[in-house]
Design a protein around this ligand. Structure first.
Ligand code: 5GP
Length: 185
């Protein structure tokens, strides 16, 4: 049996990373895809762990070689999921988790009818706004761009198979895993 794709999207600052860490702790058999990006690493990020950090030239070359399963521009940078590592895991029956934006989730929806698409939404949009603007990892221009994106993404959450409100990480992970398991992932 081939593995399933589990796509997790949601606005920046909603706590996707924490939910994903909890899922992988409980289901170490699920493989988290490492995306490729042209964004510069944040302090503490390592090449090959959080992302593969590449130049725009390299990213364009991968696009031209049809190396991406999906890719998108987000807040001025390019992000993509490389096709081969995902296909390899799926072919041996491993479920693969992708943490990608709305545009990427839409590409997966079009190309893989078996994919499970989950949207993680904030319990409180005003709190998310405060967090995004106050995070301090980005300039205020970038933070505002991420906030505008967050609003667009929340408006499109109805396109996903499941919307989970992330009030409490372990409850969100429980719900997500229960749903994936009932869908055979
Ligand atoms: P960040 O710069 O905060 O790490 O990520 C910004 C956004 O890019 C997040 O919404 C994240 O889900 C999205 N993202 C990360 N990797 C990929 C990818 O491979 N493809 C797409 N389409 N979006 C991605």
């Amino acid at each position: 049996m081939t593995g399933r794709l589990i796509v997790i999207s949601g606005p920046s600052g909603v706590g996707k990373g924490t939910v994903i860490a909890e899922i992988l702790r409980r289901r170490p058999d699920i493989w988290l895809s490492v995306s490729t990006t042209t964004r510069v690493p944040r302090p503490g990020e390592q090449d090959g762990r959080e992302y593969f950090f590449v130049s725009e030239e390299k990213f364009t070359e991968i696009i031209e070689n049809r190396g991406f399963l999906e890719w998108a521009r987000y807040a001025g940078n390019l992000y993509g999921t490389q096709r081969d590592p995902v296909a390899q895991r799926k072919s041996v029956g491993t479920s693969v988790l992708l943490e990608i934006d709305l545009a990427g989730a839409r590409q997966i929806r079009r190309n893989d009818p078996d994919a499970l698409l989950v949207f993680i939404s904030p319990p409180d949009e005003e709190e998310l706004e405060r967090r995004l603007l106050g995070r301090g990892t980005e300039s205020s221009y970038v933070a505002r761009d991420r906030l505008a994106r967050a609003k667009d993404e929340i408006a499109a959450s109805g396109e996903f198979d499941r919307v989970l409100v992330n009030s409490e990480v372990s409850a969100t992970a429980d719900e997500l895993l229960a749903w994936c398991e009932s869908s055979g992932a």
